[in-house]
Design a protein around this ligand. Sequence first.
Ligand code: HEM
Length: 290
Amino acid sequence: MASLNLTSQSQSLFNKTHLQVSPSLSLSTAIQSGFVPKRASFQFQVPVTPRIVNMPLKAAAIVSSTTAEKPQKRYPGEAKGFVEEMRFVAMKLHTREQAKEGEKEVEKPEERAVPKWEPSVEGYLRFLVDSKLVYDTLESIVDKAAYPFYAEFKNTGLERSEKLAKDLEWFKEQGYVIPEASSAGASYAQCLKELSEKDPQAFICHFYNIYFAHSAGGRMIGKKVAEKILNKKELEFYKWDGDLKQLLQNVRDKLNKVAESWTREEKNHCLEETEKSFKYSGEILRLILS
Ligand code: HEM
């Protein structure tokens, strides 16, 4: 269990250095993110305490100036930039069947390995329609830019709305009836609109997860599903104009830049939103199997 057994002297040191534990970081997120090993106590994270408390003042000053010059990175991925922190939290929320870095137990059908899926064309169409609603919403939020920094994310080349419109047109030509969006897509769209207006850090978490998940697991899903039910037809949803790796890197750079001005609390708040992003996207993915 967490034990904060600090003397007043060490407490003040603790407060002054970069080793302060953020009050807004919930233990569950800390554990999920790998920040706190599952059975560790907070004392484990503060190894300076017993060493520094009994040191002569001069020695303590040397230690703290050395640590000030070389700040320890406490959050996994932090050294590489904030996107790497978001990626780290996201990867842990995958199941082992979905991705090798995943740690979550399989609880729902869409959390099984994609090759084990039994998709239907109608279910896949429901997924594409709901995905389009989500991308339409994201792209119009970024266009309107309620917070000026959203404008950084206009025309990144990752946009999917027009591509999905072409795919739905193709299905129509094949004689399929295009369904209305389901409650899964509608509630995610509503959530994104609300967050974009009142909680930009949470909104950015969804923005990152939606676009980057699609470029990774999403592409794999597209390939496997097409092999099973679409005679290997490659949909526009899985095609990008330009070099995808470069487009992703450009967006990573912009996200890292934006997050540089965030406080640690704002960053943690953004990371904590990852679970919600998986929940909403999981409900939309599940439509493929409906
Ligand atoms: C069937 C469902 C899913 C599968 C099979 C899957 C699989 C994968 C795989 C294989 C990777 C690449 C790992 C690597 O870089 O080695 C990945 C990355 C990722 N996934 Fe998923 N995933 C799924 C669902 C999701 C969901 C629901 C989200 C969040 C909404 C998500 C978010 C991400 C993110 C953010 C990355 C990192 C992308 C990057 O590094 O650029 N994934 N996923």
